[in-house]
Ligand binder design. Sequence first.
Ligand code: NAD
Ligand code: DAU
Length: 361
Amino acid sequence: MLRTNDMKTLFVTGGAGFIGSALIRLLIAESDWRIVNIDKLTYAGNLESLADLGGNPRHVFSHTDICDRTALDELFVAHRPAGVIHLAAESHVDRSIHGPGDFIETNIKGTYMLLEAARAHWSALDAEAKGAFRFHHVSTDEVFGSLGDSGLFLETSPYQPNSPYSASKAASDHLVRAWHHTYGLPTVMTNCSNNYGPCQFPEKLIPLMIHNAVSDKPLPIYGKGDNVRDWLYVDDHARALRLVFEQGRLGETYNIGGHNEKTNLEVVDTLCTLLDKLKPRRDGKSYREQKISVADRPGHDKRYAIDAGKIQRELGWTPQESFESGMRKTVQWYLDNSVWVAHVVSGEYRQWMDRNYGDRK
Ligand code: NAD
Ligand code: DAU
């Protein structure tokens, strides 16, 4: 029988968030990695998203801020990880517009602290462990700015971040690149398009619209609703992350996207049609009636679209979920998990966390 000490350990930062929790569920189900989940549990971090793991011993939670270098050093000494997948971030564009400070702190300074802690650990490894170590930085297509009506983001596209969020992610990407170039830290990086799926905080377009629709609230469409995003089901992103972490070429970046360009109006109409079937309104009308136009997001990027050819050619990754199947699963998940939504909206999950993880903090 495998003892804990024999297992290879992987650090996942931001593992209580939307994508991090999907990644951890995948790694626990389909790999042998022992995961140390490093998360500060901001408003967006929710351990209830990992409740299905049922206290699996291969998942260890550490309530840690990635800006705390001392705590990070202690974790590296205690667990001696074979790699890091770094997802912890402030992730919501609208919040970055209203208050950029936390984005600068976590996304830039936090990434710097993590890089330095990882470098100290990696530098002291023996040659074999040093050769096998990986630092995977998880980033966004928003660093490339906004597209016009045509064209796709490539790994070689110039960086033109437009929001405080994307600027902070671009800064963190540059730090990772420099730590590879200057210190030889073995890094890989991914830039992904818009994710959707279970356990996404209901401030982002898709879960917000589902939550508002069934709560009899308006569905606020920014501007004309003709901005375009390239949607990817979160489990497809998680599979891509595992592939790049385990098989990606060092120093390389990989774009990840869903081949699903949709205007925001198309997304909201798709959601309304699904909800009309799965949970019809009591008055028999369509949820589309709840759509309202509101003031546009300042600096709103017009269009994002990814060329995911490199990850497909080199690592054989393609998305498994279509937009239709992914949206149906997502809507059904939110309808079936109204308690999860109620908890994250009310903050009640923090009490849940204290009950279930109070002794692990
Ligand atoms: P999220 O907001 O759902 O989760 C972020 C997690 O990071 C939370 O659990 C939060 O508690 C944690 N965190 C925040 N600050 C921290 C800190 N200082 N120390 C430790 N933990 C901290 O975000 P997400 O949507 O899951 O995104 C994860 C990553 O993927 C981010 O780096 C984001 O930029 C990137 N990304 C997201 C998308 C998307 O569509 N959501 C697309 C491409 C890339
Ligand atoms: O492209 C990847 C990025 O996708 C990630 O890096 C970010 O972390 C993630 O939040 C997401 O950013 P967006 O700004 O594209 O996602 P959001 O869900 O906030 O908005 C999607 C689109 O919907 C965008 O054009 C703004 C619009 N929108 C959003 C909200 C919340 C509305 O029209 N109404 C809304 O209420």
